[in-house]
Design a protein around this ligand. Structure first.
Ligand SMILES: Nc1ncnc2c1ncn2[C@@H]1O[C@H](COP(=O)(O)OP(=O)(O)O)[C@@H](O)[C@H]1O
Ligand SMILES: [Mg+2]
Length: 264
C-alpha cells in the first residue's frame, strides 16, 4: 500500500477535486484506492461525489464502530472514509482520538493499494498528524500569491515540526505550462533560500478549466465528466507516475510506515 497526503495551506485551491479525480485515475489503472477525508468536521469528499454516508469518522472516534466498518464503496470503484460534517470537536483531534485511529488504521488500510489523505486547509495539528502518516506528500498551489504564501507556510511547519523534507508540487489553475513552471521556480527559490534541506519536485501542472466547476456541480469526478480535457490527461499522467513510484518503493515502505507509527 502506498499513502499520499494532499495539502495546500490555503483552502479552495482544488485539493478535493484533485484527490477524487486522482483516485479514479488510479482505479482505472487497476489499483484499489481509499480516500481518507481528513478535512474532519467539514466533509467535502462525499458531497462532491453526491453521497450521503450513514456513518462517518465520528462513529470511530466515539468508539461505536471500527475504522474498517465506515469505509464506503463508491460507484466509481474506489472507496472513501467520510469525515462527518458540522462537528467542531473534530477540528482538533485529542491524543485519545489519535490513538484510536492509529490502532485501527493498519487493518482498515490493508486491502488497498493506494491511500489518499485529503488534508484540510490551515497548518494546524490535524494537518500535521495526517501529513505525517502519509508516505509521500503532495502540496497543491495556485498562482495566487496567497496560495503560494500558505503553501510555503505549510512546508515550513511540516519541516520544522515533523522533519518532513520531501514534497511533490502540483500547480493548479494555471493559464499555461509556462505559468506553472514559473510558480514552481518561485517556490523553489524561496525554499532553497530559507529551508535549504527541503526537496521539492514538480509532480504536475493542471490548467484552469471550467469543466472542473461543472463536474463539481454535477457531483462527478472531472476525469469522468470531461475525460478528454487536458486537465484529465494530466491527472492520468500523475496517476501513472505514482503507480511507478509505488512499484519502485514497495519494500522500503512497510518498515517506514511502521516506524512513523511508533513515533507519532
Ligand atoms: N483546475 C481548475 N480549474 C477551474 N476551477 C478549479 C480547478 N481546480 C479547482 N477548481 C475550483 O476551485 C474550487 C475549490 O475546489 P476544491 O477542490 O473544493 O478545493 P479545496 O479542497 O482545496 O478546498 C471549486 O469551485 C473548483 O471548481
Ligand atoms: Mg477540500
Amino acid at each position: 500500500m502506498k499513502s499520499l497526503s494532499i495539502a495546500s495551506g490555503k483552502g479552495g485551491v482544488g485539493k478535493t477535486s484533485f484527490v477524487i479525480s486522482l483516485a479514479l485515475a488510479l482505479q482505472e489503472l487497476s489499483q484499489k484506492v481509499l480516500i481518507f477525508d481528513a478535512d474532519l468536521g467539514l466533509a467535502n469528499v462525499d458531497i462532491m461525489l453526491g453521497l450521503s454516508p450513514k456513518f462517518d469518522i465520528r462513529y470511530v472516534l466515539n468508539a461505536q464502530l471500527q475504522l474498517k466498518d465506515i469505509i464506503l464503496d463508491t460507484e466509481y470503484g474506489f472507496s472513501i472514509i467520510p469525515a462527518g460534517s458540522g462537528v467542531s470537536e473534530l477540528t482538533q483531534l485529542n491524543t485519545a482520538q489519535k490513538l484510536i485511529l492509529k490502532s485501527q488504521m493498519e487493518e482498515a488500510f490493508k486491502p488497498f493499494d493506494f491511500l489518499l489523505f485529503d488534508i484540510s486547509a490551515g497548518i494546524n495539528d490535524n494537518v500535521l498528524f495526517f501529513s505525517n502518516l502519509a508516505e509521500e506528500r503532495i502540496v497543491l498551489v495556485t498562482p495566487e500569491p496567497t496560495s503560494m504564501a500558505d503553501a510555503y507556510a505549510y512546508l515550513k511547519v511540516a519541516y520544522r515540526r515533523c522533519r518532513i523534507k520531501e514534497f511533490h508540487l502540483i500547480v493548479n489553475m494555471v493559464r499555461d505550462d509556462a505559468e506553472g513552471k514559473k510558480i514552481y521556480q518561485q517556490l523553489l527559490y524561496v525554499s532553497e533560500k530559507f529551508l535549504p534541506e527541503l526537496k521539492i519536485s514538480l509532480l504536475g501542472i493542471l490548467p484552469y478549466d471550467e469543466c472542473v466547476k461543472k463536474a463539481i456541480r454535477s457531483q462527478i469526478p472531472f476525469v469522468k465528466y470531461c475525460p478528454d480535457a487536458k486537465i484529465s490527461t494530466r491527472i492520468k499522467e500523475i496517476a501513472f507516475k505514482m503507480l511507478n513510484r509505488k512499484k519502485m518503493q514497495h519494500n522500503k515502505y512497510l518498515t517506514e510506515f511502521l516506524e512513523r507509527f511508533s513515533q507519532l
